[in-house]
Design a protein around this ligand. Structure first.
Ligand SMILES: O=P(O)(O)O[C@H]1O[C@H](CO)[C@@H](O)[C@H]1O
Ligand SMILES: Nc1nc2[nH]cnc2c(=O)[nH]1
Length: 321
């Protein structure tokens, strides 16, 4: 099954016409609602569960240009974000704006083709709200991907950085997806982040990279998320490097915090789509989103293979449990 037709009922939307007035209203509506209470999120999860028989164990978030990570999913059913009541909409090129349900390596999965970013105007809690929808649908593992600028001098464009850790720069400034009243049905008020990224899955990913013969282009490092949408200045990049950042982007950290808060196991990686310019005269090195999306598209097959192999290992482990 593919798409809205197979689903039959996922066209039950706030707006059924797609003229630009309605589109604008949808965007406005999605931005208007600043936070989601447990019941709001449960209503979204219920809406989806009433329309798909898939009970996902793994949630995937596709980064910029990485939509086709979801292409290997079989028996798919998809829901455009704009047709899911109270769901935000994707406004960034390279983010399709669709939730796919189906099976990967025999594991039931749901995949977001398109995520939400702070710079789009959404508060962090809203950016990562879909992670809580995943949780309420039964997801135990979050696999997040992103496009990022490389800061570690060993990294080259097209390399993959398995996320070992992150530095929550936006958190330093008092901005967190967990800000506001805590609902203990999701998790504790003060969740630890020491082991945010699952060490076992990191070692599985290295093993898989070795089997694929791509170990030389797969690294392990520290990611940071800045608010964007502008890319960094030279001074900012130099500072981030001193702080121990290997790759910089505008996403993922809030999703991971939200996932760990509700006790999901997290695996994440960055595709290095550009190299952060540490010199003023290197104008040809200036980051641009077209290049980011293009590199994403050119490397999505290899990223997809790595992800599928990690999922295959999770599937094996789930069978023996
Ligand atoms: O993190 P993802 O969504 O992959 O996208 C990254 O690429 C975009 C900038 O080119 C930003 O949105 C940044 O976060
Ligand atoms: N902040 C940031 N996000 C990115 N996403 C892809 N490349 C970059 C980058 O260089 N900086």
């Amino acid at each position: 099954m593919t798409g809205k037709k197979a689903n039959g009922s996922c066209n039950v939307a706030k707006n059924t016409s797609n003229d630009s007035d309605n589109e604008n209203r949808n965007v406005y509506y999605a931005m208007e609602k600043p936070t989601y209470a447990y019941d709001d999120i449960k209503a979204i999860a219920d809406y989806l569960m009433e329309r798909t028989p898939v009970r996902p164990k793994i949630g995937i978030i596709c980064g910029s240009g990485l939509n086709s990570l979801a292409d290997s999913i079989t028996n798919t059913q998809s829901f455009d974000y704009e047709n899911i009541p109270n769901f935000p909409v994707s406004t960034v090129e390279g983010h399709v704006g669709r939730m796919i349900f189906g099976y990967l390596e025999n594991m039931p999965v749901m995949a977001m083709q398109g995520r939400f970013h702070y710079y789009e105007g959404y508060p962090l809690a809203k950016c990562s709200m879909p992670v809580r929808v995943m949780k309420l649908m039964g997801v135990q593992y979050l696999m997040a991907t992103n496009a990022a600028g490389g800061l570690n001098p060993k990294y080259k464009v097209g390399d993959i950085m398995i996320m070992r850790d992150h530095i929550n720069m936006m958190g330093f400034a008092g901005n967190s997806p967990l800000q506001g009243p805590n609902d203990p049905r999701f998790g504790p008020r003060f969740p630890p982040m020491t082991n945010a990224y699952n060490a076992h899955l990191i070692s599985v990913a290295h093993k898989m990279a070795k089997e694929m013969g791509i170990s030389h282009e797969v690294h392990e490092g520290v990611y940071t998320c800045l608010g964007g949408p502008n890319y960094e200045t030279v001074a900012e990049l130099k500072m981030l490097r001193i702080l121990g950042v290997d790759a910089v982007g505008m996403s993922t950290v809030h999703e991971v915090i939200t996932a760990r808060h509700c006790d999901m196991t997290v695996f994440a990686f960055s595709l290095i789509t550009n190299i952060g310019a540490l010199e003023y005269d290197s104008s040809e090195d200036e980051a641009n989103h077209e290049e980011v999306v293009m590199v994403g598209k050119s490397r999505q097959s290899i990223c997809g293979q790595l992800m599928c192999r990690v999922i295959k290992e999770i599937a094996k482990e789930c069978q023996t449990k």
